[in-house]
Each structure stands twice: as structure tokens, then as C-alpha cells.
Design a protein around this ligand. Structure first.
Ligand code: MG
Ligand code: MG
Length: 274
């Protein structure tokens, strides 16, 4: 298993702590996202929130990234840099957040609606999030990385959406990006086998149109080649006793937005205490 670092139960519990700081940060942001707010304002809130929880922003300075959050509105796929442009009614905004505590990283993402969005865009968000759980479901003993990618790809391409190829999920631990790479596409039965102690960041990046992307001259921002919207949802998941165990949660977001959901229940060995 070249380069894959398996984690002990104790290490996984520390990783859960880092992941939950990210989850709480996204939950805090959920109440602040509205037309008129700038992504830089949200970035500053997240920075202070993470520090207040005795953790370090995981992205700030990583590969020289300038901010705490990657904020990618509308046709931006990932790695958008916060700026002074206010969010507008009908926008979507993908927020990717990292936190570092006790030597381990948490790293997950959610795509939020700003006010009311179109039914077509709403569907893109729903299908992308569903595909994340399809991927998590496939992260189990006996399966391989190709099974996980296939599950995500099948669910999204079935709707005519484009699955980004150049950017992938990854192993997570004492560094933000560890082996293995976890593509959101693949062939069943191919790739490395899943083993207990693996911790993955599973993160479908799904475009309403073409899967093709381009990059802005800032060297960071990735956007869709056709200008259509893109969505991104990410969870941190450990393999324990052959089954996927969620370390992150969207429940803080749902609590802030007044949403009730049972989507995570199947992937927890113990009930979540918010
Ligand atoms: Mg991320
Ligand atoms: Mg990630």
C-alpha cells in the first residue's frame, strides 16, 4: 500500500476533533451567508472562529494559499480566493475549510445557496451531495478506490453532469493531502483496496455542464470551461471495522438553516451530540 498511512483508533478520535472544528465553522458561516456579504468578511469570521477553538486554519499558508477559506461562487469549481465582491441573491457559494489541531487536519466543504436559487441549480446541489454519500457508502471493506469513484460518477453522469477529472479527493492525516488519491470517477474493482484505519477526504466536484475546467491567472481559482455552475461537497471519513465512519458533519449547517436530515445516520457508530 504505497504511502498510505493507516490511523489508530486514538488518532482517528483526534481527527474527529479537527473535523468537527471545520463542521462548526461551516455551521457558523451558514447563518452569515446572505446577499450583500463579501467572501472576505466570511473568511475573517472563519479565521477568528477557528482560532477561538484552539486550532489553526488549515489552508492559510498551505502551498502559499492566502486565506482561511477557499470560496468558489457559481462557475468557480474550487480554490477561489475570498474578495470584496458581495454575494448576490441566486448565487451559490462553495466553501472549503481546513483546520489543524493536535497534529491532524480536518478538511471539508459545502455548497450554500444565497437566498433563493433556481430549481436547476438546486438540483445540481442535491445530486452532488447525494453522490458524496454514494461515495461514502462504497468506502467499505472488500471495495477498492475505483468502486468509490464509480459510485459518484454514475450518480452524476446519469443526470448529464460533468465530473471534474483533474481534481480529486485524498487521504487525510498529519498532512492535508496524503495518499491515496481518490478520484470522483473510476472503474469498479480497480485501484487500491480499502483497509481499516484509512481516513479519506471524499469530495465530488460536479459541473452542471462540461467536466472541463480552466484556471484563472491568479494561479488558484478553478472554474468551469463553459461558465455553468459547479458544486462541491466534502466529508472526512474513516474506515473502522470495515465500515465508513463519518468524522465531519453537516448537522451544524442544518441546525443553522432549520433543515432536518437523516443522511448521515447510516455512517455513524454513535449518535452525534451537537
Ligand atoms: Mg477541502
Ligand atoms: Mg480535500
Amino acid at each position: 500500500m504505497s504511502g498510505i498511512i493507516l490511523k489508530t483508533e486514538e488518532e482517528i478520535e483526534l481527527m474527529r476533533e479537527s473535523a468537527l472544528i471545520v463542521s462548526k465553522t461551516l455551521g457558523m458561516l451558514a447563518s452569515e451567508i446572505k446577499p450583500g456579504v463579501t467572501t472576505l468578511t466570511l473568511d475573517a469570521l472563519a479565521h477568528d472562529f477557528i482560532k477561538d477553538h484552539y486550532a489553526e486554519p488549515g489552508f492559510l499558508g498551505l502551498y502559499d494559499f492566502p486565506n482561511t477559506l477557499c470560496m468558489s461562487p457559481n462557475s468557480q469549481v474550487v480554490h477561489g480566493i475570498p474578495n470584496h465582491t458581495p454575494l448576490a441573491e441566486g448565487d451559490i457559494i462553495s466553501i472549503d475549510c481546513g483546520a489543524y489541531k493536535n497534529g491532524f487536519y480536518g478538511d471539508h466543504a459545502y455548497t450554500f445557496s444565497v437566498g433563493e436559487i433556481s430549481a436547476k441549480t438546486e438540483k445540481l446541489l442535491r445530486i452532488t451531495k447525494e453522490s458524496l454519500y454514494k461515495g461514502i457508502e462504497a468506502f467499505k471493506r472488500g471495495n477498492r478506490i475505483g468502486d468509490l469513484g464509480y459510485a459518484i460518477q454514475y450518480h452524476c453522469e446519469n443526470e448529464g453532469y460533468g465530473v471534474v477529472r483533474e481534481l480529486v479527493g485524498h487521504g487525510l492525516g498529519r498532512t492535508m493531502h496524503e495518499a491515496p488519491e481518490v478520484p470522483n470517477y473510476g472503474k469498479r474493482g480497480r485501484g487500491k483496496q480499502f483497509l481499516d484505519g484509512m481516513v479519506l477526504a471524499i469530495e465530488p466536484m460536479i459541473n452542471m455542464g462540461t467536466h472541463r475546467i480552466k484556471q484563472l491567472k491568479d494561479g488558484w481559482t478553478i472554474l468551469t470551461a463553459d461558465g455553468k455552475p459547479s458544486a462541491h461537497f466534502e466529508h472526512n471519513v474513516a474506515l473502522i471495522d470495515g465500515k465508513p465512519e463519518l468524522l465531519s458533519t453537516f448537522e451544524y449547517i442544518y441546525k443553522a438553516l432549520g433543515i432536518s436530515s437523516d443522511e448521515e445516520v447510516a455512517f455513524r457508530s454513535q449518535p452525534l451530540v451537537l
